[in-house]
Ligand binder design. Structure first.
Ligand code: F6R
Length: 608
């Protein structure tokens, strides 16, 4: 949430910072601003709205070789010019951009007001700018460190001073921040996406570290002022992979990337004979994993839905007792864990604040944490005892698509791995499951032949304001995920339910104005689903069924049918989410919604 960019070097800084902000716009897009050091002073330009709105205000852009920028996702104070970053100290000596929440901002604000400071905004961030301004004499890093020692909460910041035209100070605690190390130039980004076109050499700041940047140097200290030797990593992220290419939206591009993303996630992880799952990353934990007696799955949003699918799989095939919880609930609920509990967290970004905190909580209670993460070098990857990466590639569209399918693939592999390790899954059944998993990329590609059918359905249904999504077994979390996709990008109210639960309340909603999307794929609950479909139909409900290719009887009962290839129940869950993503996408397009940047949402939720 909120994106930070900074540049120092020989080039004109503003275009580089604005370009970097465009790549971080997924982190927040209710306002944006830049501060450019022109050599003699700091010039600030801000705009409410998107980066395009900021660009419109940059017709006569300030020139300089040192600049910082920010794209905001509002926490304290509505989106307005006053609340937009960069914020300045009263003397205008200091300019600062911030991601995070200063939790004791009220106390600090009152103290500063008593000292005569007049605040210009409602934000927690301005408190930090004023505090640094108060301490600043001629050593910017020292003033930043002094101010940060008084601050409670989370922050990633970049700070400039009026009389330091070639220096930026950056610091972080529990919010992501990295430095791009170039030749005679250095960059700052909330995410390396901001500068990956220019350098792939990256220093990830650790919590409570601050860096002093000039064009030629990066000096890192901890908040007590002690020097730290930063580790520079070389990222393998291909800059071309973060472009939209021929697609109108990242979400559509990422939907179509799924066969490839799943293939990358599977590569090298199934033995040629399909008799073994190869997780080298778990090798030294085999003994621990064979002795666990409980799994606690912890995640947020779409990743939580992946966890719900895993609950069915792990219980059935690995015979493990599984509990699934939202990270924000888990971290505060006094969970009962011990050394035999595996806490399994799932996260695309690896930066979700509640999931990070849940990991800390689990570890402090003696459990080991295995995380399934998409972004390498993320905080969750670093903080976990074991990590399995999904290789979905960067996901930029706010609505998660390819990250979800690759999470389901890793969770299926993990199920087989644990089933074999614990001798709960017969070898011949494991071989069939692994063979089927290898077919997922090609099976997903076949679903794209349904796109015209789905577009037609989207045109017929986009005017509705409510929808129900029903499924059973592994189809239930897929129904939840389908409903989430629809509401987040098309703003249509949608609810996902276990189809069996429908009779306990939601059925009261059904009439001709309430379309129901039903997951009706093959499996041991298929007949029951057909029964639920009849119940909806009897109440004049309109039905859109996602059905297996050979389920002929479905055409008699559903108004619309979207086909997925025949597969086992577990694989069908992975396949069935794809048409639901496509349906949500085309409904949002019909409604003219900003698909990649839905209102109020940010891609990584880095505040709790
Ligand atoms: C929905 C979506 C979110 C994320 C959630 C967790 O499309 O993307 O619900 O799944 O914010 O994010 P990660 O997986 O990055 O921890």
């Amino acid at each position: 949430m909120c994106g930070i960019v900074g540049y120092l070097g020989k080039k004109d800084a503003l275009p580089l910072v604005v370009d970097g902000l465009k790549y971080l716009e997924y982190r927040g897009y209710d306002s944006a601003g830049v501060a450019v050091h022109t050599g003699s002073k700091i010039e600030i330009v801000k705009a409410v709205g998107k980066i395009q709105d900021l660009e419109r205000k940059l017709k006569n852009p300030p020139k300089g070789r040192c600049a910082i920028g920010h794209t905001r996702w509002a926490t304290h104070g509505r989106p307005s010019l006053e609340n937009c970053h960069p914020h300045q100290s009263s003397s205008a000596k200091i300019a600062l951009v911030h991601n995070g929440i200063i939790e004791n901002y009220n106390v600090l604000r009152t103290q500063l007001q008593e000292e005569g400071v007049v605040f210009q905004s409602e934000t927690d961030t301005e408190v930090l700018a004023q505090l640094i301004g108060k301490y600043y004499v001629d050593d910017l890093a020292e003033a930043v460190l002094q101010a940060l020692r008084e601050v409670e909460g989370t922050f990633a910041i970049a700070v400039m001073a009026q009389d330091k035209p070639s220096e930026i100070v950056a610091a972080k605690r529990a919010a992501p921040l990295c430095i791009g190390v170039g030749r005679d130039e250095n960059f700052i980004g909330s995410d390396a996406l901001a500068f990956i076109k220019h350098t792939n050499k990256v220093v990830y700041l650790k919590d409570n570290e601050a860096a002093v940047l000039t064009a030629k140097s990066v000096l890192v200290r901890n908040l007590r002022g002690k020097k730290v030797n930063p580790k520079t990593q070389t990222l393998s992220l291909d800059p071309a992979s973060i472009e939209k290419g021929e697609y109108p939206h990242y979400m559509l591009k990422e939907i179509y990337e799924q066969p490839h993303a799943v293939q990358d996630t599977l590569d090298g992880r199934i033995s040629p004979q399909n008799d073994e799952v190869i997780f080298r990353e778990l090798e030294k934990h085999r003994e621990y994993l064979s002795n666990i007696n409980k799994v606690f799955i912890v995640a947020c949003g779409t990743s939580w839905h992946a966890g719900l699918v895993a609950e069915y799989l792990l219980e059935r095939y690995a015979r493990l007792s599984v509990e699934v919880d939202y990270a924000a609930e888990f971290r505060y609920r006094y969970p009962v864990l011990d050394k035999k509990t595996l806490v399994l967290t799932i996260s695309q970004s690896g930066e979700t604040a509640d999931t990070i905190a849940a990991i800390g909580e689990a570890q402090s209670l003696g459990a080991k944490v295995l995380s399934i993460v998409n972004v390498p070098s993320s905080t969750i990857a670093r903080n976990s005892n074991m990590v399995i990466y999904t290789y979905a590639g960067r996901e930029i569209g706010v609505a998660s698509t390819k990250a979800f399918t690759t999470q389901l693939v890793v969770l299926s592999l993990l199920t087989v791995y644990l089933g074999l390790l614990r001798h709960t899954l017969p070898a011949d059944q494991a071989t069939v499951m692994l063979h089927d998993l290898k077919c997922v990329p090609i099976e997903i590609s076949k679903i794209f032949t349904e796109v015209d059918n789905i577009k037609r359905i989207a045109k017929a249904f986009y005017r509705h304001s409510n929808a129900l999504y029903l499924g059973r077994g592994v189809g239930f979390p897929i129904a939840l995920e389908g409903a989430l996709k629809l509401k987040e990008i098309s703003y249509i109210h949608a609810e996902g339910y276990s189809a069996a639960e429908m009779k306990h309340g939601p059925i009261a909603l059904i009439d001709e104005n309430m379309p129901t999307v039903v997951l009706a794929f093959k499996g041991r609950r298929y007949e029951k689903i057909l029964g639920n479909i009849m119940e909806v139909k009897a109440r004049k409900g309109k039905l859109i069924a996602v059905a297996s290719a050979s389920n002929d009887d479905i055409t008699r009962v559903a108004n619309e049918v979207i086909r997925i290839p025949d597969a086992t129940e577990g694989i069908s869950a992975i396949l069935a989410v794809v048409p639901l993503q496509i349906l949500a996408y085309y409904i949002a397009v019909e409604k003219g919604c900003p698909v990649d940047q839905p209102r109020n949402l940010a891609k990584s939720v880095t505040v709790e």
